[in-house]
Design a protein around this ligand. Structure first.
Ligand SMILES: Cc1ncc(COP(=O)(O)O)c(C=O)c1O
Length: 370
């Protein structure tokens, strides 16, 4: 069975380096917020393009929470997000007292700038874009609408490490940007991890206070903070992976280019890549009418698939209970959730595996023959 992802492959690619770094950290006797975290923060900010600052935190959800807190989001503030985004983004907004306000995505699955104005109320304080699947959102019109209505801009980059829009990496457009280093992410560690990026050093300094019990120096607490710290082992291992990002992204691009050029099936719609972007293929998402039938067909022939995600965030029970959303509220999003299928994509695949995925997808003939 070809897996949808197999994390051990990524580990094996640089096994010696990971193991040497792990031993180095274990032997150092210093395990939380130390020189590995500081070095990772500097190297990651530099790799994104410099002229920005990073605070490492414990995961992507907490990056959103502490980042929004540090940016001054207050209880009751409305934040515009895409309806097909991820639940963690909404949880981060709600945990700092904000209210997510949903709009439909565009044809690339990203927040549709043209729909933002209709969602603005007197409580709207910000737009939070999630660059989904490894592709940047079309930022110019979003920046324009934020300027026009004096809204803050935040980016959820959990799926878009090093995905550029017009040559500038995602994460560098917003007042603050939130990264996850969860193991499946393109820059993923070996456990949980996250980061906040901003060009505003004062905001990053506030994140560093909030992540550490709200203390600006030892045993001195100036805000009601959390324990949202990144540990040395993760930071050290992330530094190793960061140093290999160009070749890891090239591997993904190779797999994606083969899929794009060799999958020819009128029943399967391939992802589009707008000319202003370079896709980083966190996930390779196709669309089919018969989602369940297509997935079963591939499973029976040894190819794993997945859906991310079948239930949109506003239809999750906790959201329905809180806000009363119902099916039919965002039909474009629901059509996406009912038709997307993710094909195998990971740090490394053999040519035979890629060929097998392509052959089986091309063999799919829809309801008539299955
Ligand atoms: C778009 C998006 N936002 C936020 C998160 C949350 O990150 P984490 O799992 O590190 O909390 C994820 C990852 O799962 C994600 O895909």
């Amino acid at each position: 069975m070809i897996p949808i992802n197999e994390l051990a492959r990524g580990y094996r690619l640089y096994q010696d380096e990971y193991e040497a770094k792990a031993l180095e950290v274990l032997r150092s006797g210093w395990y939380v917020l130390g020189k590995e975290v500081t070095a990772f923060e500097e190297e990651f900010a530099q790799a994104l393009g410099g002229d920005c600052y990073c605070a490492g935190v414990d995961n992507g959800l907490d990056a959103i929470l502490v980042g929004l807190m540090a940016a001054g989001i207050q209880p009751g503030d409305e934040i515009i997000v895409q309806a097909n985004g991820y639940i963690a983004t909404m949880l981060g907004i709600m945990q700092c007292g904000g209210v997510p306000v949903f709009v439909e995505p565009d044809e690339y699955y990203q927040l549709d700038a043209a729909r933002i104005e209709a969602a603005i109320t007197e409580k709207t304080k910000a737009v939070l874009v999630t660059h989904l699947y490894g592709l940047a959102t079309r930022m110019d019109p979003i920046l324009e609408v934020c300027r026009k209505h004096n809204l803050r801009l935040f980016e959820d980059c959990a799926q878009s490490h090093f995905a550029p829009y017009k040559g500038v990496n995602t994460g560098l457009f917003g007042d603050a940007s939130f990264f996850s280093f969860y193991p499946t992410k393109n820059l993923g560690g070996f456990g949980d991890g996250g980061g906040v990026i901003s060009r505003d050093k004062a905001l990053i300094d506030r994140v560093k206070v909030i992540r550490n019990y709200g203390s600006d120096y030892r045993y001195h607490n100036i805000v009601i903070g959390y324990n949202d710290r990144l540990d040395e082992l993760q930071a050290g291992l992330l530094r190793v992976k960061l140093s290999h990002m160009p070749e890891l992204l090239a591997n993904r691009d190779h797999i994606a280019q083969r899929y794009l050029h060799e999958i020819h099936n009128p029943l399967v719609t391939l992802p589009q890549v707008p000319e202003y972007c370079k896709h980083t293929w966190y996930q390779f998402v196709v669309r089919v009418d018969d989602q369940a039938g297509f997935m079963k067909f591939l499973k029976d022939r040894g190819v794993s698939t997945d859906i991310s995600w079948k239930t949109p965030p506003y239809l999750q029970p906790c959201m329905v209970e809180k806000y009363g959303f119902k099916r039919g509220d965002f039909p474009i999003t629901e059509a996406i959730c009912d038709s997307i299928v993710i094909l195998p994509m990971m740090d490394w695949m053999s040519e035979e595996e890629i060929t097998k995925v392509i052959q089986e997808v091309n063999a799919y003939a829809g309801l008539a023959e299955n």
